[in-house]
Design a protein around this ligand. Structure first.
Ligand code: SDX
Length: 435
């Protein structure tokens, strides 16, 4: 795995009256890192970085983000070029294998993924255990974790063949499970995948086809869906990816690790923000109420935040948000939606926020979740499905990062330490003596 170089760089930490030297590694692009793995052994102290704002948890070759410049690269390729010229399965191949596929490799990969899109027939009985009104993300956490109960022949992570089968199965079956979660929620029959359809068209058909009439694919909406998948495919060491890596570091099977990633993604500070952002735009309701919400977002005593705004890494415009906005306009135009009040509020909110000193000073820009909700709602998805779609797309990123970690010879179980500020040792008092 080692591509890091020290170039004889080092960093010295003074603890008390002693100096400790630690190697500094350079990557190909981006900030250097100080390897403090021997700090505790040498100096008897830990680093302290809640939220990991200054911590590199691993070395990776998959995705690079320059938050100041608003740059996002998948294996070195700018997201704008991949979204414009490629398709989602090509991006999956790139993230998994590190290079864009040749025509033969692409055809073979599409064939393999397509022929794993069905789920075990008993999965449909598994769904019957959920309440009809269960949140689709709850259903996804349960059903993806349950895949380990159906595919025992691809849970041995020490076997490269099984790792690859499990990876293909995850990428292939997520849209099918997501569509089943939607159909179950709306009380319609499940729709089986069709092997003569591309990934995005197949997914939309599994969501929207009904037995009573022929499903007519809309190529503009399918292209928009495919692009939305590309935009959400991977994003370096975000919370859910870090969850998948940490779960995988214990040797847990890939289905369980992806289920853990789905659970983490569900949070409104992370992938749940697309659902929260649309609800927020609905709550604002009209352009004239925007100042009231901007005021609340700036009020330290008010927990309200502008959902779809701000990012741990991007201190510039999230390049995905720009592409999402463009896709949003394309979808609304294709569907003949002339004026969507939510889009009017979103565009005006963005304009006001980007000229407000508070947002400028804190470098808060729209992120990928700001426009995705309007687009998905226009495409017919209920709000509760938005984060499910994010999970469908992010599965390839989670799998690629999990695979990279498992195949890294220096990999070991992740086990952070803490700053303990609890009670010092004390003796047990029998209940008879407690007042
Ligand atoms: C995703 O990590 C990834 O890469 C994630 C993701 C991916 O592809 O995997 O990009 C997907 O999760 C995008 C983010 C979606 N979340 C939201 O849109 C929720 C709203 N955003 C915030 O909750 C927040 O911006 C975070 C969680 C995204 C980032 O939070 P940080 O990095 O911990 O920053 P912070 O909370 O410390 O905020 C810095 C300051 C604070 O003010 P001070 O305490 O310094 O005075 O900015 C303020 C915050 O109060 N702030 C906001 C704000 N976001 C941050 N104020 C108002 N509205 C906001 N949205």
């Amino acid at each position: 795995m080692d591509a890091k170089t020290t170039n004889n760089k080092s960093s010295t930490l003074t603890v008390g009256n002693k100096n400790y030297d630690f190697p500094v590694y350079e990557g190909t692009i981006g900030p250097d890192v100080v390897d403090i793995s021997k700090l505790y052994g040498q100096a008897g102290i830990f680093t302290y970085d809640p939220g990991f704002t200054s911590t590199a948890s691993c070395e990776s070759k998959i995705t690079y983000i320059d938050g100041d410049e608003g740059i996002l690269l998948y294996r070195g390729y700018p997201i704008e070029q991949l979204a414009e010229h490629g398709d989602f399965l090509e991006t999956c191949y790139l993230l998994l294998y590190g290079e864009l596929p040749t025509p033969t490799q692409k055809a073979d990969f599409d064939y393999r993924v397509t022929r794993h899109t069905m789920v075990h027939e008993q999965m449909s009985r598994f769904f019957q255990g959920f309440r009809r009104d269960a949140h689709p993300m709850a259903v996804m956490c349960g059903s993806v974790g349950a895949l380990a109960a159906f595919y025992h022949d691809s849970t041995d992570i020490s076997d490269p063949q099984q790792r690859m089968i499990a990876s293909i199965r995850m990428i292939a079956k997520m849209p099918t499970l997501a569509a089943m979660a939607y159909k179950y929620n709306v009380g319609q029959p499940f729709v089986y995948p069709k092997n003569d359809l591309d990934y995005a068209t197949n997914f939309l058909r599994m969501c929207y086809a009904v037995p009573c009439e022929e499903y007519k694919p809309n190529p503009v909406l399918a292209r928009a869906m495919d692009r939305i998948f590309i935009l959400h495919a991977d994003h370096e060491q975000n919370a859910s990816t870090s969850t998948v890596r940490l779960s995988g570091s214990s040797g847990a099977n890939p289905f369980a690790c992806i289920a853990a990633g789905i659970a983490c993604l569900w949070g409104p500070a992370h992938g749940g923000a697309n659902e929260a952002a649309l609800k927020m735009l609905g709550e604002i309701g009209s352009v004239d109420r925007i100042p009231e919400f901007i005021k609340r977002a700036k009020d330290k005593n008010d927990p309200f935040r502008l959902m779809g705004f701000g990012h741990r890494v991007y201190k510039n415009y999230d390049p995905r948000a720009r592409l999402m906005q463009k896709t949003c306009h394309e979808v609304l135009s294709e569907l003949g939606i002339k004026d969507d009040p939510l889009l009017d509020v979103a565009m005006e909110l963005e304009k006001i926020a980007l000229h407000d000193d508070y947002f400028i000073e804190k470098k808060l820009y729209p992120n990928v979740d700001f426009y995705s909700g309007i687009t998905l709602k226009a495409m017919g998805f209920p709000v509760s499905m938005f984060t499910v779609l994010f999970a469908v797309a992010r599965t390839v990123g989670w799998i690629a990062q999990w695979k990279e970690m498992i195949e890294d010879p220096s990999q070991k179980i992740g086990r952070p330490r803490q700053l303990y500020t609890g009670a010092t040792q004390r003796d047990y008092a029998p209940i008879s003596r407690r007042k």
